[in-house]
Structure formats: C-alpha cells, structure tokens
Write a protein that binds this ligand. Structure first.
Ligand SMILES: Cc1ncc(COP(=O)(O)O)c(C=O)c1O
Length: 345
C-alpha cells in the first residue's frame, strides 16, 4: 500500500483514524530529570517489557486539535487547559508530570513540524494532537515507575461521530466506567479499557455509543462514551452533570461560558437525573473529538427518550455549535486567552 501523504490525502473523507505523519515529539524522564524534547521520525517506541505501563496501566493522555483558519493560519484551542489536566491525571497515578510550559511549547513545536498535515479550512477536518505519558523501566512489584516517556503524535481527522450535526442515538449501559472515588476525573488509559465493552455492546446494536450512569446510585447521567453530556431544559437552561467521576471536559467549560456570555442563558453543572430526561428539549455530547454531537434519543431498558423530533439538531445546540466551531476556526472572535496561533516561520 502506498503511504498517504499531504498531497494524496482526501481531506473531505477523513474518519477518526491514525495516519503516520512521520514526526513525533518525545522527551524522557530519567535520574530525576526531563530530557530536552526532540522530534523523532519513528512511530515506534522501544521500552522494557517490565514497564509499568504494560502491566499496571501507568498511562495518561490528552487530546486537542489544531485548526486551519480562512487566511491559512494554524491555531490551537486552549492548550493550557490540556497541560493542566494532564498534570492532574499524572499526579492521580503518581507519575512524573510533564511541566506545563514545556507541554505547551511541545504542542506548538509538533504542530509546526507537521504543518502540511493540518487540513484546509472548510474541509471539516482538523489535526488531532495526542500527548501521552507512560511509566517505563524495569519494575515488577506494584509501584510507580522511576522513568517516564512523554510523547506527542498528530494525525489528521474528520468527525468522530459521522453525520455532523445529525442527531445520534445512544444506549445507557449497565456497566460502570469509573468508581465513585476512582480515576474517572483523570484521563488515564484504564478508564477507556474499562469502557470498551459497554461501547462495543452499544455499537453492535446500532447505537453511536454507550452512556454511563453514576456508579453509586445508577440514577444520574454521567458520561456519553468519551464525551460529556449536556441538555437544554424546557425553561432554556444549559445543564451538564456535576460529578467527581467524569472527565472535566475543556469543551464543556467553554460551552458553559459561551451559553452564559454569548447566548445569555443560565448554565449550570448539576445532578442530571434519568427521570428528568423526558423534560429536556435538546441534548448533546461535547468534547474535542465529538465537538458537539446532538443526541436524538437515549434508550434505557424499555424506555426511549427522544429529544425534539429526534431527527434534526435543535436551535440552541445549533447556536452553541456555530459559536464554538467559529471560535476554533477563527471565524468568530474568541474570548481572551482561548486561542494560540502557531508561529510557522
Ligand atoms: C471520557 C471523556 N469525557 C469527556 C471528554 C471531553 O473532554 P474535552 O472536551 O476536554 O475533549 C473526553 C475527551 O477528551 C473523554 O475522553
């Protein structure tokens, strides 16, 4: 098979899958200090078979995107928030965090190096950026590593849930993604391994993904696959689950601000009970990958909750989407500090 290059790639046809761009960023933590990170050309990483990442799941990661604007610039959306969250995730697993300023610098560097892979404006595609951190070295007993690798790869992606702003249908899972005082608020590999079965069962039945309930009482909505949940209430409030076991989504906090400041809505993080679902006029999933994916319906056992007519995006969701995506692609003025331009020269 011939390798895909920026000249042969079909930008309008991209899914959410991996393409090797040939340049990754890597830094190594050994003897108590981080090496200066550098660009490496291989997608392969050679590490000890005894590395804690393999056995004890000592891994965390991030996901953000680079956007091509109408005038050809490349910009990042709130990478400082990803840096902060990765430090929180690392500390939860007793890993050596990669310093915030170095993280932001590394993201700029890897995007600049891969600038030709940032999809054109209006292709609907973006460059997905995947920073990750793992515990490596020769460890057999259950304990944190002494050595770490921080790496970033990038890959051009299309939409995560196909169909753009077409509502998708979700199935509530009987499985839990994370325990009440577990690692649900950290972006750690184990959460995703634990959620795969629920996702598969939902997809096998034709749903876009699984929705997880709160593990303690099973009465509240928590996560929508790998995105946060929001709903628009009958009295036009934006509500989203407040829980210690969901990932604090950067898209969520951005949409709370957009709903308040730009749409003049009340926006709150609160418990979202299953029994309230039938009263919502709109619902959606939000995240870097999902962007905003409207939810047409949610199935829970015998019940099917439909939002709007279940077929078309609601008007509030549409406005939230236009503001968010407009900011990300540089068409709408961004709140102070949300956008960082990647210097290409
Ligand atoms: C479990 C989970 N929830 C929510 C999100 C959305 O977070 P963000 O908006 O920061 O991408 C993600 C994706 O990163 C996720 O994996």
């Amino acid at each position: 098979m011939t390798a895909i290059t920026p000249d042969t790639i079909q930008w309008n046809d991209l899914g959410f899958s991996y393409i090797d761009t040939g340049k990754s960023f890597r830094a190594y933590f050994k003897d108590g200090q981080w090496s200066e990170g550098q660009i490496e050309s291989s997608k392969y990483i050679s590490i000890s078979e005894a590395s804690p990442v393999f056995h004890y799941g000592q891994s965390c990661f991030e996901g953000l995107k680079a956007y091509r604007t109408q005038n050809g610039d490349i910009q990042l959306f709130r990478p400082d928030k990803n840096a902060d969250r990765m430090i929180d995730s690392a500390e939860r697993l007793l890993m050596e965090p990669y310093p915030k300023e170095a993280f932001i610098e590394a993201v700029h560097k890897i995007v600049k190096e891969n600038a030709e892979w940032v999809p054109p404006y209006e292709s609907g595609a973006t460059l997905y950026i995947r920073p990750f951190l793992m515990g490596v070295g020769d460890i057999v007993g259950v304990k944190p590593a002494d050595e770490y690798i921080f790496s970033i790869f990038v890959t051009p992606v299309g939409p995560y849930f196909k169909g753009g702003l077409k509502p998708a249908n979700f199935l509530i899972s009987d499985y839990d993604r994370a325990a009440p005082n577990g690692t649900g608020a950290a972006k750690v590999g184990g959460n995703y391994a634990a959620g795969n079965l629920a996702g598969k069962l939902a997809k096998d039945q034709g749903y876009a993904d699984a929705i997880f309930l709160d593990p303690a009482t099973k009465t509240k909505i928590e996560e929508v696959g790998s995105a946060n949940f929001f709903a628009i209430t009958a009295d036009n409030r934006f509500i989203t689950p407040k829980s210690p076991s969901i990932l604090p989504s950067i898209t969520k906090y951005s949409l709370i601000d957009i709903a308040r400041e730009r749409l003049g809505m009340e926006a709150v993080e609160t418990d979202v009970y299953l029994e309230e679902l039938s009263g919502f006029s709109e619902a959606g999933a939000m995240g870097t990958a999902a962007v905003i994916t409207p939810i047409g319906s949610i199935v829970h056992g015998e019940h099917r909750y439909v939002f709007g007519n279940g077929q078309e995006v609601g008007s509030v969701t549409q406005r939230l989407y236009s503001e968010l995506v407009g900011i990300q692609f540089g068409d709408v003025v961004a709140p102070e500090g949300w956008i960082q331009k990647v210097k290409l020269g």
